[in-house]
Every structure is written in structure tokens, then in C-alpha cells.
Design a protein around this ligand. Structure first.
Ligand SMILES: [Zn+2]
Length: 123
């Protein structure tokens, strides 16, 4: 890593790290499914869930550091990814569908909508 970037996160390293974290959680989930049903299995499953939530939280924090937009429809927040076709950052949850259009001129329609009850300012 270059000295000038030592204080910044390297997206490649962070990406590997998060993928490893996800792989570990998938592995643990597989292990839990092999346990005999009962209290211990439920507790183990709960702990895997907690680890996954913790991973998602750090993922969101890293994404924010890297300049990604976050959708707050869930907690931990969803990381909004750029969709070239829509020219927008889009929430990965289909049922949410929140999109942030970049570099878009604000049209009269948008201005009118922003005054409505369903506007983003009203949330
Ligand atoms: Zn969303």
C-alpha cells in the first residue's frame, strides 16, 4: 500500500475481507444446520445471525467510507449500487426500489413532487 493511501481503505482489500466474512458466515450456517435440533442449535443459529448483522454493519460503514450511498430502508442499511442503465444508485432490495439519480437536472415535476406528502423530505 502506498504511503499516501495508508489512511484510506483499499476497496480491493476491503472487498476480499467482506467476501471472506460472508463465506465464514455461510460456512457457520452450514455447520449449524448439521447440529441436532434443540436449544443448542437455536442458540448457535442466533449467534450466526448476530455475526451476520455485525458484518452487515461493518460492510455499510465501509461502503459509506468508500463513498457509496446507503438506503435506510433496513438496518443495517442497504448499500446502493450504481446502475448504469438507470444512471442512478439503486437500493438492492426490489421491494424498496429507492434510487438516487446523479447529475440529473431537477425538473418542475420533481420540484412539485418534493412538495408532496410522499416526497423524500417528508419521510
Ligand atoms: Zn432501500
Amino acid at each position: 500500500m502506498e504511503a499516501t493511501t495508508s489512511n484510506n481503505l483499499d476497496p480491493n482489500i476491503v472487498g476480499d475481507w467482506l467476501r471472506d466474512g460472508k463465506a465464514a458466515i455461510d460456512f457457520l450456517r452450514g455447520v449449524v444446520s448439521l447440529l441436532p435440533k434443540g436449544v443448542d442449535r437455536n442458540r448457535a443459529a442466533e449467534q450466526v445471525e448476530q455475526a451476520e448483522t455485525a458484518l452487515k454493519k461493518s460492510e455499510a460503514a465501509v461502503a459509506k467510507d468508500l463513498g457509496f450511498a446507503l438506503c435506510q430502508c433496513t438496518f443495517p442499511p442497504q448499500i446502493m449500487l450504481w446502475k448504469e442503465a438507470d444512471k442512478a444508485h439503486v437500493c438492492p432490495r426490489a421491494e424498496c426500489g429507492h434510487a438516487i439519480h446523479r447529475g440529473m437536472k431537477i425538473s418542475a415535476e420533481m420540484l412539485n413532487r418534493s412538495r408532496g406528502a410522499n416526497s423524500w423530505m417528508g419521510r
